[in-house]
Design a binder for this molecule. Structure first.
Ligand SMILES: NC(=O)C1=CN([C@@H]2O[C@H](COP(=O)(O)OP(=O)(O)OC[C@H]3O[C@@H](n4cnc5c(N)ncnc54)[C@H](O)[C@@H]3O)[C@@H](O)[C@H]2O)C=CC1
Ligand SMILES: O=C(OP(=O)(O)O)[C@H](O)COP(=O)(O)O
Length: 346
């Protein structure tokens, strides 16, 4: 059994904790929280041991009637690996603690590439992180781009990727974020961090990325142009992408016109928290003009990195091969249960 600690139990941390708990080869040691809130309450309800991330705030847990199993340092010491899902920048601050206890850790996409020994995407570079102390699971958008690049690169070769990322303003519970009535170039300078981040996974790839932020909370949407090194027809590209494990090529008949409908489908399919772990690629958008491929895809920012974190645990510890790990993760999480009966998988 791999003993996994989760430090930071918010949007990403709570999802990773649930996914890790479902794995046949993993056990959640506990989760660290800074304060008692609704997420601490649900962690207790789920039976996760709670550890205090900030010593001085321990009395607040006692006042809320929440028992603590210890301090975050104890969690780190007892864990074979820690998934750090703290807000951007805090993961880098925590690196010293992980080093002190000689516990490898996964940081998230909000951290800078320079902070870690390597960046990770299960489909693209699983074998590169074994034995590393500090690994970054790249951001939701970067994960979505990497999953797309990997099969296209292998099958057709890529001359250049140009991606415009229409980013949700905040997650549904982040009531303080925006914009609420605007469309912002964000960042206004090129490239956005996503292109250089994709290059931490594919060092030699030519890629330009532009970002916008819009008043939406459900998903990001990508407008993609890939100049290929060969000229496949659109149907071949559709089949290639449909055969990937963590992509969902949306058939036209489903009538999914946007993120709202996709989330509704996930809810109807009984997905936990209506999560969509796959890239959602509109089948009709897949178009090839000469050697230029175009498509639209939607990315569920709160959950696409969750199976990636699970695979990164095994990749760092070297306990399973890439294909074994991805298959185990997907089966345990229910990712193999397609959102709609559009394909069969071996
Ligand atoms: N929310 C998203 O859409 C995605 C976020 N990420 C990345 O994941 C990381 C976490 O993001 P979210 O889960 O969205 O943030 P969040 O704010 O929802 O959750 C972070 C949690 O960590 C807690 N925390 C704060 N300081 C802490 C400390 N010192 N020790 C332990 N816990 C602490 C917060 O109270 C909160 O519960 C960031 O690097 C972010 O860039 C990556 C992909 C998507
Ligand atoms: O990793 C994410 O997005 P990103 O790939 O645009 O940085 C998550 O959606 C978090 O982004 P945020 O920094 O806007 O909360």
């Amino acid at each position: 059994m791999i003993h996994v600690g989760i430090n930071g139990y918010g949007t990403i941390g709570k999802r990773v904790a649930d996914a890790v708990r479902k794995q046949p080869d993993m056990e959640v040691v506990g989760v660290a929280k800074t304060r008692p809130n609704f997420e601490a309450s649900s962690a207790v309800e789920k039976g996760f041991d709670l550890y205090a991330a900030v010593e001085e705030r321990k009395p607040r847990f006692a006042e809320a009637g929440i028992d603590l199993a210890g301090d975050v340092e104890e969690l780190v010491e007892q864990s074979d690996i820690v998934v750090d899902a703290c807000p951007s920048g805090i993961g880098a601050d925590n690196a010293e603690m992980y080093e002190e206890y000689d516990t490898p850790a996964l940081l998230q996409g909000g951290e800078d590439a320079e902070v870690v020994d390597g960046s990770f995407n299960a489909r693209s570079n699983f074998d590169t992180v074994e034995g590393m102390d500090l690994v970054r699971v790249v951001s939701c958008n970067t994960t979505g781009l990497s999953r797309l690049v990997a099969p296209l690169q292998e099958e057709y070769g890529i001359e250049k990727v140009r991606a415009t990322l229409v980013r949700r303003g905040g997650d549904p519970a982040q009531s303080g974020r925006g914009p609420i009535n605007d469309i912002l170039p964000n960042p206004v300078e090129l490239p956005s961090h996503h292109g250089p981040d994709v290059n931490t996974i594919f060092p030699d790839l030519e890629i330009d990325t532009l970002g916008l932020k819009v008043p939406a909370t459900l998903m990001h949407t990508h407008s993609i142009n890939v100049t290929l090194q060969s000229n496949p027809d659109a149907e071949a590209v559709r089949e290639l992408l449909d055969d990937e494990r963590r992509t969902f090529v949306i058939p036209e008949w489903l009538g999914l016109d946007g993120a709202g409908a996709i989330k509704e489908l996930a809810q109807d399919a009984g997905r936990p928290r209506a999560d969509i772990w796959e890239n959602c690629i509109w089948g009709e958008s897949i178009t090839v003009e000469g050697d230029d491929l175009y498509l639209f895809q939607a990315i569920h920012q709160e959950s696409d990195v969750v199976p990636e974190n699970v695979d990164a645990i095994r990749a760092v510890l070297g306990t399973k091969s890439q294909s074994e790990s991805i298959a185990t993760t997907d089966e345990a999480m229910g990712l193999d249960d397609s959102l709609a009966p559009t394909r069969t998988r071996d």
